[in-house]
Design a protein around this ligand. Structure first.
Ligand SMILES: [Mg+2]
Length: 230
């Protein structure tokens, strides 16, 4: 079957989540004068935040906490590591993070080039486990929103990848069958095994070349490699 539709994950596939988040946290460290509050090392502060956020995000992904819990707790717990018990400060930092991080614009190398190339041959869409308003701001700020016919977020569909419901929703919206579609993403269990279970072709974007033992259709470490596949 000929591929007609390409579905991309957004965070850590096109939009460089880690670098954008790092830059936002560094701004926050300075804007909130965290050094004066006893937090000496911004890099260590960011590492602490990342660890706490990852464990809370895991709980959110498994529907054990809400979006609001996630957003309020992650900075409160990070500040607690420094014996700072300040709910208001945690809330203000949390608000600044949610407001500013989606405005960051760092994309993975070759993103614009490969989207321009693919757009001439395929219909392009996004399937993302993210918040509705946030993901749209990221796409617009990094000036790639115009490439995509559909943007499907887990918040809008109310289930997250790898749940088949969100893939089926995206396929229905694009009016295409799984067999004519290909999914590109960086998260093996979420994007790739999710797409595989739907019968969609799939490309694992693995820039750090992490080892694994899954049987998958294609694997790339650079987005420009997509030209060899599509
Ligand atoms: Mg991702």
């Amino acid at each position: 079957m000929k591929i007609t539709h390409v579905f991309f994950d957004l965070d850590r596939t096109l939009w460089d989540f880690d670098l954008n988040s790092y830059n936002t946290l560094l701004d926050i460290f300075h804007d909130f004068s965290l050094k004066d509050k006893g937090i000496k090392d911004p890099v260590f502060f960011i590492e602490q935040y990342i660890k706490i956020n990852e464990s809370l995000w895991g709980l959110y992904r498994d529907d054990l906490i809400t979006k609001e819990d996630l957003r309020s707790r992650r900075f409160y717990q990070t500040l607690q590591e420094y014996s700072i018990q300040d709910l208001q400060l945690a809330k203000d930092i949390g608000d600044a993070y949610v407001k500013n991080s989606p405005l960051q614009t760092v994309l993975f190398p070759h993103t614009i080039e490969i989207l321009t190339y693919l757009k001439k041959k395929y219909s392009l869409s996004i399937i993302t486990n993210g918040f509705e308003e946030v993901q749209h701001i990221k796409l617009k700020a990094s000036a790639i929103d115009h490439f995509f016919d559909h943007v499907v977020t887990s918040e809008a569909v109310d289930v997250k990848k790898p749940n088949p419901i969100i893939f089926q929703y995206a396929l229905d919206k694009a009016k295409v069958s799984a067999k004519s579609s290909i999914m590109i993403g960086d998260d093996l269990p979420v994007d790739i095994l999710g797409a595989k279970s739907m019968g969609m072709s799939h490309v694992f974007f693995n820039p750090k070349k992490n080892s694994h033992s899954q049987k998958i259709d294609f694997e790339i470490s650079c987005l420009s490699d997509l030209k060899n596949i599509l």
